[in-house]
Design a protein around this ligand. Structure first.
Ligand code: C5P
Length: 210
């Protein structure tokens, strides 16, 4: 039997990864960034070029730890490819077992888009982390080493926000496992919270349920 699952879902750059990692550490359980699975499939599809007709599903069924450990999974082209392959039902289907079997008797924290709705609808703790598009774009910009004083800062920030919004729209509108809060998720809106405050809220909520 599996241990308790803590599902952390939400749109891009809302702070899911930061929170999920810190929650896992605080609770002493393993952490899985499920976005990496879709990124790895997207990367393999890009590497394959135009060769096979529709290889995404095949890649998803035989992902290796080495595919997930690649350094080049966060480039803009991989990010777009990840969101594209993530809309394919067969790709999602192929990755379900990988995600479910990650959770052992000690439990785990998983972050993604559909953990609390599809992968673990019976998760003990469900969190949905949000922030406005402007806040998320600024966080992503600074995280990528952006300088607010640079002459092109406003332009880069605008492009970052457009890319995030386009991806959220695609992730929210796809037919299979769209991005949306589970009915029984605690939503944390993080515009006016720092990472420590988000962790404190999430941890208090999780401890009541574990
Ligand atoms: O979380 P991250 O930004 O790394 O995810 C990359 C893409 O993978 C997302 O835009 C989304 O399309 C997809 N994804 C998903 N379901 C998950 C995790 C990620 O569809 N559980």
């Amino acid at each position: 039997v599996r241990g308790p699952v803590i599902a952390v879902d939400g749109p891009a750059a809302a702070g899911k990864g930061t929170l999920a990692k810190r929650l896992a550490k605080a609770l002493g359980v393993p952490y899985l960034d499920t976005g990496l699975l879709y990124r790895a499939v997207g990367r393999l599809v890009l590497d394959a070029g135009d060769n096979p007709a529709d290889p995404a599903e095949a890649f998803a069924t035989r992902l290796t730890p080495a595919d997930l450990a690649r350094k080049d999974l966060r480039t803009p082209d991989v990010t777009r490819a990840a969101s594209e392959v993530a809309a394919q039902p067969a790709v999602r289907e192929a990755l379900i077992a990988t995600q479910r079997s990650f959770v052992g008797p000690e439990g785990a924290v998983l972050d993604g888009r559909d953990i609390g709705t599809v992968i673990f609808p019976d998760a003990e703790v469900k969190l949905f982390i949000t922030a406005s598009a402007a806040t998320r774009a600024l966080r992503r910009f600074l995280q990528q080493g952006g300088d607010m004083q640079a002459p092109d800062a406003a332009l880069v920030l605008k492009e970052t926000q457009e890319a995030l919004s386009a991806r959220d729209l695609a992730d929210s509108q796809r037919a299979v496992a769209p991005l949306k809060p589970a009915g029984d998720a605690l939503q944390i809106e993080t515009d006016h919270l720092d990472a420590d405050q988000v962790l404190a809220q999430a941890l208090a909520y999780a401890r009541e349920r574990l």
